[in-house]
Design a protein around this ligand. Structure first.
Ligand code: PMP
Length: 455
């Protein structure tokens, strides 16, 4: 595709440096420009409607035109559009949201700190981990263990904890203090003949070996998404998280659960930690907290985490951190209303009820000649494609994602997988429409490949 001169596409390509694209290709091809949204659908500037099978960026739980969120924003804009939470000041929306999150947390949490993005929240959590180690008189306890294929954002610390090469290459990341252990995806990394249990055991041994090699007294925290999202919807085997937690307890290492995608119902329970049986010291949430209508994220910390930090701030006279937008009143008001909607409409129950149908439809797609396997939990899943010989990794998934877009479904390809994470308001018949369209896309690509092979 090349862009028409003076079109919105051309002006976009001429003016913006977009995230996560090949910038040179974007200059020529431009992007898909979305103009409006309604329910699970978005419309482009030419009036074509798409099912947003990724809920934007794994985030628009309540759909794309929820009037209550608009009204909550207007109400707060009218009353107090901005105030901060620095220097002994506060405001009701941030207080109410903090209370709400503490009440919802699946394990006892003591305090909430607000930030505006998942990256910021993970970055600051990392700084707080370091602050806490210093406060405890353990200045050597600073290393952080993330996982290959884990995604925690792109700022300097969070990008370092992320375990994806594309977020490190050429950025001089990761920082030396960040280490990575193996990704717990049995489909991708299980060895031939290795059972799932043996795979889990191997990963746990690798984690313990890494801690012992680095020196347990130097390792402060372990970071993980309950289910990995941006790495390609990677679901750990049963027993994995229980084993990880036993090792972390043994060596006095904190556990940070990144709930940025899993949080607020995605896995069929309110938090991924509940679905996977995780008891974290810190939980990072964002995205579905406000359905991404406003940028906001939150860090929930337990008492063991909070107390040494509070003591140290008293000694120093100040906790020397904060953002202009920390606990932004409009973002907080929208998030509160969004959480109310998730509860009132039982969207978590909707995800749980639809999960079997979602899994079945994915499993049916996995029988297609172009497919390899499927996986899902709650309302998040992926279809793994059979790689195409003689082409770069990701070619099959990219071709299917492009064909799905022609069929009116926006989804995301990661490696050789196409990912699904639809808005949590989706109905069973809308799920069927989504999977029917992706089935057509698979047929179309298969037919095109056959035609090409016959030429
Ligand atoms: N953590 C996880 C698990 C994520 O999926 C993301 C975003 N996809 C982030 C952190 C980073 O969030 P943000 O893009 O808001 O910085």
């Amino acid at each position: 595709m090349s862009v028409r001169p003076n079109s919105l596409e051309a002006r976009d390509a001429a003016s913006q440096m977009h995230p996560m694209v090949n910038l040179r290709q974007y200059e020529k091809s431009g992007g898909l420009i979305i103009e409006s949204g309604e329910g699970i659908y978005v419309k482009d500037i030419n009036g074509k409607r798409y099912i947003e099978a990724m809920a934007g960026l794994w985030s628009v739980a309540v759909g794309f035109n929820e009037p209550r969120l608009k009204e909550a924003a207007i109400r707060q804009m009218d009353k107090l559009p901005y105030y901060h939470t620095f220097s002994y000041k506060s405001h009701a929306p941030s207080i109410e949201l903090a209370e709400k999150l503490l009440q919802m947390a699946p394990v006892p949490m003591s305090k909430v700190h607000f930030t505006s993005s998942g990256s910021e929240a993970n970055d600051l959590t990392c700084k707080m981990v370091w602050y806490r180690s210093n406060a405890l008189g353990k200045p050597e306890k600073k290393k952080i263990i993330g996982r290959e294929k884990g995604y925690h954002g792109v700022t300097i610390a969070s990008g370092s904890i992320t375990g994806l090469a594309r977020n490190h290459e050429c950025f001089d990341l990761p920082l030396d203090r960040m280490k990575h252990t193996s990704c717990p995806s049995y489909v991708h990394y299980g060895k031939t003949g290795e059972t799932e249990d043996a795979f889990t055991q191997r990963l746990l041994t690798e984690l313990e070996d890494l801690i012992l090699r680095e020196g347990p007294e130097t390792v402060a925290a372990f970071w993980g998404e309950p289910v990995m999202g941006a790495g390609g919807v990677l679901i750990p085997p049963a027993g994995y998280w229980q084993g990880v937690q036993a090792i972390l307890r043994k060596y006095d290492i904190l556990l940070v659960a990144d709930e940025v995608i899993c949080g607020f119902g995605r896995t069929g329970k309110m938090f991924g930690c509940e679905t996977l049986g995780i008891e974290p010291d810190v939980m990072v949430v964002s995205k579905q907290i406000s359905s991404s209508y406003m940028p906001i994220s939150a860090i929930l910390v337990n008492d063991r985490f909070y107390q040494p930090i509070a003591d140290e701030s008293a000694r120093l006279g100040v906790f020397g951190h904060g953002f202009t937008a920390s606990g932004h009143p409009v973002a907080s008001a929208v998030a509160l209303e969004n959480l109310k909607i998730i509860e009132e409409r039982d969207l978590v129950g909707n995800a749980a009820r639809l999960s079997a149908h979602f899994a079945e439809r994915l499993a049916h797609l996995a029988k297609h000649t172009l497919a390899h396997s499927s996986r899902s939990i709650g309302l998040i899943g992926a279809l793994e494609l059979a790689p195409w010989e003689g082409t770069a990794t990701g070619s099959a998934a990219a071709a299917i994602a492009a064909a799905a877009e022609e069929e009116g479904v926006i989804l995301r390809s990661v490696g050789e997988a196409i990912c699904f994470c639809p808005p949590m308001i989706i109905t069973q018949s809308q799920l069927d429409d989504m999977f029917d369209a992706v089935g057509h896309a698979l047929d179309k690509v298969a037919a095109r490949r056959e035609e090409r092979a016959a030429e």
